[in-house]
Every structure is written in C-alpha cells, then in structure tokens.
Design a binder for this molecule. Structure first.
Ligand code: IRO
Length: 312
C-alpha cells in the first residue's frame, strides 16, 4: 500500500509532518541547513531575541534517564541572523521555514515581528510564550491576562497568520482558560504543544549533585518524561480551539509516539530531545516507523486517524 505522509495546512504543503523542535539543531545556518537537507518536512529556527545572546553558563543541557533537562537561557544569534537566513532560504524547496521569536520584552517581540512582516517572506512565525529558563522571568503562557495582552498587541502590528508555542498545562480549567484567550485571535492559526516541562530537577546520585549549572540545577524536561503531558495538551487544545491547528511536541522518539500525537489531534509534529541525541537521521527513521504502523493498521494517509483517539 502506498503511504502518503503529506500535510497541507496554512497554505503550505509538507511532504511529511515531522520537523525539529525549536532549540534543537537550529541556532546556526549550518544546523538549519542540515535539517533542511534531512528527511524532515519543515524546519524551525532557535527562538530569537533582538540582540544575540550567549545564554546561561554551561553545562546547560544534560541527558537524563528518561529524557533531557536544559536551561540554555535563550542563546541565539539575534533576530537579524535568522531574518537573513530566511532571505536566502529556498522557499520553493517544499520545506516551510518557521521562525521562532522570543523577545525579552513585548517591545522586542513587536520590533522583530514588524521586521519579519516588512520583509514579506513566506516564512511562518511561532511566538514563544513559554521559555522556562530565564532567571527571574515568568513564562507568559502561565499568565492568561498577560498572554491576552501580548497577543492583542501582536495582532496590531502583525497581520499574517502566526502561531504560539505554549507551556504545558496541567488542569482542565487552565486548558479552557487559555483556549478561550487564543480563540479570540483569528489570525492565530496554530499552537505548538508543548514546550519543555519547566523547572524540573535531575539528580546524579553518584555525584550527589545537580546535572546542569544554571538555576541551581532546575531546567526544562523533555523526552519520555513529558510524553503523556504533551499528549494531553495536544488532545485538549485540539478539542477546545476553533479552526486552529495543533503541532505536537514532546517525547517523540519513534513512529509510535508520532502516531500517538497525530491520533491525539496533531497536524504536524516536532522532535527535540531525540533529535539532540540522535541527530538528523532520526527524521527518516521515525517517518519509516510511522509509515510501517500505518501500513499495519491499513491507513494510507494521516487524515485516516488524525484526532480519532477513542475514549471509553
Ligand atoms: O533555555 C532555552 O533557551 C529554552 C527555551 I527559549 C525554550 O523555549 N524552551 C526550553 O526548553 N529552553
């Protein structure tokens, strides 16, 4: 049976739904080129700020027993670097380029959005409302009034379709409250669920120590630790949002988790920890595994099972 993994959404056609999670393999032009040259269906940049940032002191990423912990602290080359990349990127390649934006202030976000708007490039913005690793700075996505304010200012200057990267939520009341905020912005066309589960603590018992330096060892969790939380967020936002896509991110390391995210409602899916650990070859492997699962189940396209999770 021919398996069709293609996805059409936001006016773009992707050969397959899989790409990198922002933060992994996307800080430099070389890394972005490597994702573009891989089997991935799209690519997204590292979240950027107005000026380049070194980020937090190292070590700031560690492999953990069931995933990863990071407190990178938004190291990036500054938005103009990614804008320049978007200018030279081959937008006809069939792999959409997403640009992640995470200003240190609302003003920074608005300045960057205006620059991307004025450049009139066919790239898609993912506004990060959920960086957990900036000492002393709260995640905007956990403050519903602040999120609403940010989005209302954003849509005043940015009239193109865009998306947001959300933190994980853990309470049905919060899913509903955030969904209601997001539903009031028609040009917000997609949400990416989830960012890392913030401020976890991984402990090395041999060393009797934390495993990363920033924030006394606290950092965002990724990988197996977060899969059920990611799936819950994908599922709930898929149900609660009107006419918006959900991008699944969290714990995808094989075709099985890719299938789960799509079954929960994801239009497209991103890989973070597994990509960091395995490199860009993970895309072809995961896609082959996903196609094999679909074949075994008699599905020929993603729409055959997307969002069709059964409940009891
Ligand atoms: O520390 C980071 O750079 C980082 C960011 I901006 C984010 O959104 N999520 C994450 O786990 N790390």
């Amino acid at each position: 049976m021919a398996i069709d993994l293609s996805v059409s959404w936001l006016g773009v056609n992707m050969e397959n739904p899989l790409y990198n999670a922002s933060g992994v393999m996307c800080r430099s032009r070389e890394e972005l080129d490597a994702v573009a040259a891989s089997a991935a269906g799209a690519l997204i940049t590292k979240s950027c700020t107005l000026s380049a940032r070194e980020g937090n002191p190292e070590p700031r990423y560690a492999t953990a027993p069931f995933g990863s912990i990071n407190s990178m602290g938004l190291p990036n080359a500054g938005y103009e670097y990614y804008l320049d990349y978007a200018k030279i990127y081959d937008h006809a390649s069939g792999k959409p380029l997403f640009v992640s934006i995470s200003g240190m202030t609302l003003e920074e976000n608005l300045t960057m959005l205006k620059a991307f708007r004025d450049a009139e490039l066919p790239c898609l913005v993912e506004l990060n409302l959920s960086c957990p690793n900036l000492p002393g700075k709260a995640q905007i996505g956990y403050d519903f009034a602040a999120s609403s304010h940010v989005l209302s200012e954003v849509v005043k200057v940015y009239d193109k379709p865009f998306g947001v990267k959300l933190p994980p939520y853990f309470d049905p009341v919060h899913f509903a409250e955030m969904a209601s905020v997001l539903n009031s912005f028609p040009s917000l066309k997609y949400v990416t669920c989830i960012n890392s589960v913030g401020n976890g603590l991984v402990i090395d018992i041999d060393q009797e120590s934390v495993v990363i330096k920033p924030k006394a060892g606290l950092g965002g969790l990724g990988g197996d630790y977060v899969l059920p939380t990611a799936l819950a967020n994908v599922r709930e936002f898929s149900r609660l949002l009107d006419d918006k896509h959900v991008i699944g991110c969290g714990g995808i390391k094989s075709g099985r988790e890719a299938f789960m995210h799509i079954l929960a409602g994801a239009t497209a899916i991103q890989v973070g920890t597994c990509l960091y650990e395995e490199g860009v070859d993970c895309f072809a492997r995961i896609l082959n595994e996903l196609a094999a699962i679909m074949e075994a189940k008699g599905y020929s396209k993603l729409a055959d099972f997307r969002g069709k999770l059964r409940t009891m």
